[in-house]
Design a protein. Structure first.
Length: 135
């Protein structure tokens, strides 16, 4: 079983990118587009609203795999910022301060900075197009 599982690695990278960005994107849609219906909406221009706008736009870019490394870098920083601004002061332990998602998002996006978008991405399509033109 483990002898051929490495063949799935590139596609699982794409799946990790798609699922993690889809979840983050949904936070942005809730804050900015009010979908699904939000209990409270951050005021326009507030720190939470700006974070939602970044989650919405860059989350979508990572979702489709376009400019993935740059967008993931900014999102990783956003999630680190969110953790230290919104969670770390409540408790040292993420399970107690509610920051588990922020930490996981931070490091998943940091991994995507290093690993790239994977084969199922716009970045990969553009790379293949440039290679075909050069040949």
């Amino acid at each position: 079983m483990f002898s051929s599982i490495h063949l799935l690695q590139p596609h699982l990278l794409s799946l990790l990118r798609i699922i993690s960005s889809l979840v983050l994107f949904s936070y942005g849609t809730q804050k900015i587009l009010l979908f699904p219906a939000a209990a409270s909406v951050p005021p326009v221009g507030s720190l939470s609203w700006v974070a939602g706008l970044i989650e919405l736009t860059l989350g979508f870019l990572v979702l489709i795999g376009f400019q993935t490394r740059i967008a993931a870098f900014v999102l990783s920083g956003l999630m680190a910022f969110a953790y230290f601004i919104g969670h770390a002061s409540k408790s040292f332990f993420p399970a107690q301060n509610g920051g588990v998602a922020a930490i996981l998002f931070c490091f998943v996006f940091l991994y995507l900075v290093a690993a790239g978008a994977g084969p199922l991405s716009v970045d990969n399509l553009l790379k293949r197009g440039r290679t075909a033109i050069a040949a």
